[in-house]
Write a protein that binds this ligand. Structure first.
Ligand SMILES: Cc1cc2nc3c(=O)[nH]c(=O)nc-3n(C[C@H](O)[C@H](O)[C@H](O)COP(=O)(O)OP(=O)(O)OC[C@H]3O[C@@H](n4cnc5c(N)ncnc54)[C@H](O)[C@@H]3O)c2cc1C
Length: 409
């Protein structure tokens, strides 16, 4: 059996490992544009000089040899032929496959604003090569503008501030971390970033740029006309699935590569996993998808079940937050919040079930919330304080399959 995996990120590496465990004899080839296996979640530590390239690797150093996997680094798949079952690489090499996994992740989206796409001092932060380029230019940069205050934008800000750079962050929402946190949770991080010297421009968009003759942007112009002088810009305004060259008969590309519950595309024996599917944009889900796809490639029938259990962990300046499920309440939802000087908790309840939770500070009881959300367990009629629930409160499962709580009436 010839297994070919495109991508050596969270999904691709987990898939390679899983296939080798399930099939001791098959040939496995991993192709990656990356020349080095690395964790994207750790790139900010590279920007801050806390880790070098070598310490971004999340796999054992001898992973490929030990598992008898042929790794082709520094090459990109350019063309798929799903009828002939071949992949053509950018050096012209053609690989034949019996089972193919597309795990090509995503690319930073640079909006078509001013000269952001043309300038030589504008970067996304997705790959080690981006972080290397940012670090090099940052050596001589004083003022850095970051567009976007999601996890990637704040990662970049945090890493660069650690090296003493002056950072301005432009965010079109009225708060930072708008996808991960509510206003109260986000305000705690904003304060800590501001105390460390960051300046935020909330509710503002980049509308234009001022570029010099060396193709360097010297100022970002906001939508209110204000100009932010800068030596370089980092754009963290979202990603797009890395689907270039993945077009092929049976492969449907919408926001990402479309897959069924078994992570199969519409082309025979072609699977997709990780950020390229657009199902989720976080590391643990990419790994789970890589594992699930790999088991199915080896002949099992395993459904990908974490499909909607979105979870984010945030940690800046020693303040940890975890958010699971939905963040924005809908009409009719019940929202319960609790706050003290150290902690903030907020839960959204929809039709008697937990739709989403934010835990900030003490996240030690995160497990029960993940369980309630993932399994959509009814909490109607529970007498105990909802923030004190634990697994010991389960009584058992009723004959009709519903969960019974010890403290429910
Ligand atoms: C700065 C940053 C911080 C993050 N922090 C967190 C965090 O704290 N927690 C969290 O859960 N998630 C975090 N994420 C998201 C997480 O890193 C991703 O969800 C995860 O890496 C997705 O894994 P993947 O395997 O789908 O894609 P990737 O890890 O992007 O891997 C894609 C692979 O495909 C290769 N590739 C791409 N195109 C081709 C091609 N045409 N041919 C061959 N190979 C190709 C690439 O070289 C790469 O090896 C962060 C992401 C970034 C960028």
């Amino acid at each position: 059996m010839e297994y070919v995996i495109l991508g050596a990120g969270a999904a691709g590496m987990k898939a390679a490992d899983t296939i080798r465990k399930a099939d001791k004899e098959g040939n496995i080839t991993v192709v990656s544009t990356d020349t080095q296996v690395h964790s994207r979640c750790m790139l900010h530590k590279y920007l801050s000089y806390e880790r070098d390239e070598q310490h971004l690797n999340f796999a054992d150093e001898d992973f490929f040899e030990k598992n008898r996997i042929c790794w082709i680094p520094g090459k990109s798949a350019e063309k798929l032929d799903t009828k002939e079952k071949t992949v053509t690489l950018d050096d012209g090499k053609i690989l034949r496959y019996d089972r193919l996994l597309i795990a090509t992740g995503a690319e930073s989206f640079i909006p078509p604003v001013g000269n952001l796409r043309e300038a030589e001092n504008v970067f996304g932060l997705r790959h080690l090569r981006d972080a290397q380029a940012i670090r090099k230019m940052a050596e001589k940069a004083e003022n850095i503008v970051i567009i976007g205050s999601g996890l990637v934008g704040l990662d970049a800000a945090y890493g660069l501030m650690e090296t003493g750079k002056k950072v301005s962050i432009v965010e079109m929402a009225g708060q930072i971390l708008p996808v991960q946190l509510d206003k109260t949770g986000a305000a705690e991080y904003q304060k800590r970033f501001e105390d460390a010297g960051a300046v935020f421009y909330l509710g503002r968009k980049g509308a234009d740029t001022v570029m010099n003759s060396e193709k360097k942007i010297t100022a970002l112009v906001l939508d209110n006309g204000e100009q932010l002088p800068c030596d370089m810009i980092i754009v963290a305004a979202g990603v797009r699935s890395a689907v270039a060259g993945m077009e092929g008969e049976g492969i449907v590309i919408d926001r990402g590569i479309q897959v069924n519950g078994y992570l199969q595309t519409g082309a025979p024996d072609v699977y997709a996993a990780g950020d390229v599917t657009g199902l989720s944009g976080i590391w643990p889900n990419a790994q789970k998808q890589g594992e699930t796809a790999a088991l199915n490639m080896c002949g099992s029938k395993v459904l990908y079940e974490d499909r909607y259990a979105l979870k984010n962990t945030i940690n800046f300046f020693g303040l940890v937050s975890m958010c699971v499920g939905e963040i924005i309440p809908k009409e009719g939802d019940i929202v319960i919040a609790r706050e003290d000087s150290q902690n903030y908790k907020r839960v959204i309840i929809r039709e008697g079930k937990v739709a989403g939770v934010i835990l900030q500070g003490d996240i030690s009881h995160a497990g029960i919330w993940q369980y309630l959300i993932k399994n959509q367990i009814s909490i109607s009629g529970i007498e105990k304080d909802i923030f004190d629930l634990n697994f010991g409160d389960f009584y058992g499962i009723k004959a009709n399959g519903e969960y019974q709580w010890k403290t429910a009436y």
